[in-house]
Design a protein around this ligand. Structure first.
Ligand SMILES: NC(=O)c1ccc[n+]([C@@H]2O[C@H](COP(=O)([O-])OP(=O)(O)OC[C@H]3O[C@@H](n4cnc5c(N)ncnc54)[C@H](OP(=O)(O)O)[C@@H]3O)[C@@H](O)[C@H]2O)c1
Length: 327
């Protein structure tokens, strides 16, 4: 089969190799999937660059997310799954066979049924971003009637978080962006209020759009950089659910400011969710897709041979939505 792989970490154009590789066979509990599209996430790119520790396997086919059709099943998996359209997640997390290949083998539970009306390219946008968005929104129970702030709303996670928050009945979804183009994208995703965090004072702007009430729940892409404002705008008992803090990787915690408002700080690492959290996420994501409420945004699609360009596009950091590789 044709595949992209790397055996050393480094710059994308140096280490990503396109070639013929042996097709893997599914082991017990696994499925083999004919991949149609592969999703490129920041974590795939950081892992390849060597920014997330050493390689866990000698030769890595990258990318955890994707979509395709099950072509074979291993022992213990219902053969009725053969032919099923699926979206994939966790494929490359501590595993050699990611989705950037014609065939990907992974545990059956990491291949979720893709709704009939959802295209493969849309399915490949889901894994990491949609499950992270779901967990960040629902980590403290339902958000119906709540006021939610999604920081970095035009990111892959942010756009899906806005859509899921609206779908789940949030009272008001506020989001932050850095440019007019990103503002357009979040409005299309359903945001009620948009704040340009580079030009506006976020705390003042939130105060204005919530008429001084503040927010109940924050889906946070940059914990350290935004923490001061987050504490200021959260109501008592509010939640910060964070999945990143790239600008300030070791943020200082003003504990008593958090404590005196009973603020809950929840951290999320999507690859290691509990089984029931993952099952809940897949269930809700598929329902939202079927109801037309979740519409993944695709920034760009690259050919397999151009996988290094797809990595560079994610690395550049100014995308709106998902970057995919067409298999
Ligand atoms: N913990 C986990 O399990 C998990 C899961 C998914 C993603 N992540 C991490 O989360 C980050 C985002 O992932 P992604 O796929 O959504 O990336 P993405 O598509 O590149 O989006 C990131 C967004 O964050 C915005 N942003 C950056 N700093 C911000 C700030 N201080 N305030 C508000 N917005 C800000 C960026 O916009 P501007 O640059 O225009 O501001 C961009 O729109 C990555 O570092 C990724 O590795 C972690």
């Amino acid at each position: 089969m044709r595949a992209i792989w790397y055996s050393d970490q480094g710059p994308a154009t140096d280490v990503l190799t396109l070639g013929e590789s042996d097709e893997p066979a599914p082991g017990p509990g696994e499925v083999a999937v004919l991949v149609k599209a592969s999703g490129v996430n920041p974590s795939d790119v950081k892992q390849r660059a060597g920014l997330r520790g050493p390689m866990s396997v000698a030769r890595q086919i990258p990318h955890s997310d994707g979509a395709g059709v099950i072509k074979a099943v291993g022992e213990g998996v219902d053969p009725a799954r053969i032919g099923e359209r699926v979206w994939l997640f966790n494929a490359a997390f501590k595993r050699a066979h990611g989705t950037c290949a014609e065939v990907c083998v992974l545990p059956s539970e990491f291949a979720a049924r893709l709704p009939d009306d959802t295209r493969f390219e849309e399915g490949a946008c889901l894994g990491v971003p949609a499950i992270t968005a779901h967990r960040a929104l629902f980590c403290n129970g339902p958000i119906s009637g709540k006021t939610v702030l999604v920081t970095g709303g035009a990111g892959a996670v942010g756009l899906l978080a806005i859509q899921l928050a609206k779908w789940a009945g949030a009272h008001q979804v506020i989001t932050t962006v850095s440019s007019p183009e990103k503002a357009e994208a979040v409005i299309a995703a359903g945001a009620d209020e948009v704040i340009n965090y580079r030009r506006q004072d976020v705390a003042e702007a939130v105060d204005a759009v919530t008429e001084g009430e503040g927010v109940d729940h924050i889906v946070e892409v940059e914990l350290g950089g935004n923490l001061k404002e987050s504490i200021a705008i959260l109501r008592q008992g509010g939640v910060i659910a964070t999945y990143g803090s790239e600008a300030e990787r070791t943020p200082e915690l003003p504990l008593y400011d958090l404590l005196f408002k009973n603020i809950q700080l929840v951290t999320i690492f999507v690859y290691l969710l509990k089984v029931e959290q993952r099952v809940d996420a897949v269930h809700d994501i598929n329902r939202a897709l079927r109801e037309g409420a979740l519409r993944p945004v695709i920034h760009d699609v690259f050919d397999l041979a151009d996988a290094p360009l797809a990595h560079e596009c994610v690395e550049a950091g100014n995308k709106v939505g998902a970057v995919l590789v067409r298999i």
